[in-house]
Ligand binder design. Sequence first.
Ligand code: 3HC
Ligand code: NAI
Length: 701
Amino acid sequence: MQTVTREMRGNIALITVDNPPVNALSHSVREGLLNQMNELAGDDSCKAIVIACAGRTFIAGADIREFGQAPKEPGLIEVVNRIEAMDKPVVAAIHGTALGGGLEVALSCHYRIAVPSAKVGLPEVKLGILPGAGGTQRLPRIAGAKNALDAIISGRHISAREALAWGVLDELVEDDLVGAALAFAEGAIAKGVRRTGEIAIDKSEASPEMFAAFRKSVARQTRGYFAPERCIQCVEAAVELPLEAGLKRERELFMECFANPQARALQHMFFAERQISRIPGIGKDTPRREIRKVGILGAGTMGGGIAMNFANAGIPVTILEVQQEALDRGLKVVRGNYERSAAKGKFPMEKVDDLMGLFTPTLSYDDLSDCDLIIEAVFEKMEIKKEVFTKLDAVAKPGVILASNTSYLDIDAIAAVTKRPADVLGLHFFSPANVMRLLEIVRAEKTADDVLATCVDLAKTIKKVGVVAGVCHGFIGNRMLSPYGREAALCVIEGAKPEEVDAALYNFGMPMGPMTMSDMAGLDIGYFNRQGVGRENYETKAYDWMDKLVEAGRKGLKVGAGVYAYEAGDRTPKPDPEVMKIIEAESAAVGIARKPKSADEIVERCMMALINEGAKILGEGKAYRASDIDVVYVNGYGYPPYRGGPMHYADSLGLKQVYETILRFQDVHGPRWWQPAPLLKELAEAGKSFADFDRDNANKE
Ligand code: 3HC
Ligand code: NAI
């Protein structure tokens, strides 16, 4: 297929790239651009060149799907160098997004114009690599080292206006981009070429102190990532070295990133997030229901945050509580959240009232009768959920989608109390619901296809990452969290200090360790759950020491004492000798001779538990893909994206090794909690990976 075409418009050549969906720089595009440049270089009738794109966007970058394949000449570096070396002006005409290799092509052009809605950026860092076709050398020459660092390390999309201010764009045009680009090119004939690579870099702001301060400022957000430091080194090279040497350095560092497993993990996440909305039996032609108004039951921790998501998308919400005080309290929290966002400059303070105007508080179920979707977020008790759904069934109009935000309860049982189980599903948000990106969409046994399809689309409308899960205790995320927490707590009773468990998992890349997380959530929550479950149903050794803490009044951060001690007004966890005494006494009480644990052992225990549960979920069909599980864990639990989620991490270790480790744990710790998932055994014995499992399933569809 010809993806690059040429048309002469007078003495100007208009080159059009047409490689749907996003004009990625696939082999045919690179070859096409190179051939056009070579032909036009020798064509005296051509005085200037415009590079534009068909479809929804300018070139959105290298073709990520080609990353796993053997490189095919010409490479992008050859293409951009050829464009820059042209001795007739080349103008990039940008609409949509000029990202990664797309911006590198644009930077190699001599001039760039764009429509105001266009965005530019170098998002390579998000894929575990760095701009490898001159972006790290050319952007600092145009925009300055500081702006270049900002763009390359954040990978963010930069608005056309900001890009204009940086000098990345020469002009913004309201409409007829191609016409304007041709006119611009006409004017550029007299000006001649202006090669980005020949611009002298402004060294005044690029001092070693500036780089040191920048490294410090991004240290938290880049913790554990391999590529960001290499990106910074590239910009340093741009400041210190002539273009050619800088490009060579960029190449070396690019290859280091490319060879690092983090690159594969982050690229896996890129595609995984784009797979989630592919659901067996649901297609473009599945009907959708219109959602113009949403009802929320419960204005507590979750209800208020859930409601904010809809208000943010301009969808009015009616929010119901049992008592006026609870309603007032809930809406006060919402207003406070909006006011804080406005104070941070996210939107003008006047907008707070506009947003609050989308909320209708009520104590009466009758006010929910005109809602198209009603989400219940009341107490986590089956009797209350059943009572609420029975009432909803009586007042809601036909065709309304009824959803529960339950964390663990059986949606099929909730649906069964209504006369319309096909309209019922789970919409499980994560706390804080207005911030966390994950939404588990729980497909119950009788959920209708159009209900599911509507909610999958709705997740995008409210800017959530919506992953479909099946009904089971805790769905995907919380079900996996349970064995992870158990192993962490067992490590403590067997000999590790709580802070050692936390440090091991933090250093693995988790945002915080499980002990700190328990303190934050409140140790009493688990305590009360366990009271209702019965001692025969959980690992008492793991949790008895935590229960002792609760009984001693140590309920966690909220009371200033839990697994750790906290000083007033300070959330920093401090190891507490009193807690160690309780732990040591508990170890002795259950007959455990405490032995030190290495960080590797702690990580291995917790990760194997996570992976094995994930494999069970997958084998039972409660998740459609291993990659969906990865999306859940990265977006809902802060699993390090650079490890690609627990299932990709398992693949990177090799499933044979994972399976054998679990068998070893079975020998050492007993079979009660260590039963390899049947799917894991099957894949390990067949020499396959979770990715193979996903691919095989996709091929069957
Ligand atoms: N390569 C291959 N396929 C790509 C792609 C790319 N660079 N970018 C997007 N796609 C595919 C997606 O997988 C998706 O395919 P599907 O429909 O089969 O699932 C389709 O294009 C549409 O993508 P989105 O659903 O993401 O569409 P949106 O309109 O929401 O977003 C976008 C468009 C902003 C361009 C977004 O796709 C995006 O951010 N793409 C990645 C951009 C990027 O990271 N570029 C840098 C690449 S690395 C590079 O250039 C290296 C160089 O320095 C050498
Ligand atoms: P919460 O206790 O903060 O809020 C519950 C609210 O529901 C209270 O304001 C209460 O007055 C109200 N309520 C109780 N019965 C009601 C009824 N019959 N009608 C209307 N309102 C009623 O609880 P939270 O944390 O918001 O949890 C709500 C649900 O969300 C639970 O099912 C929980 O499992 C789930 N969930 C909680 C998460 C969390 O981190 N807190 C995360 C994800 C889900």
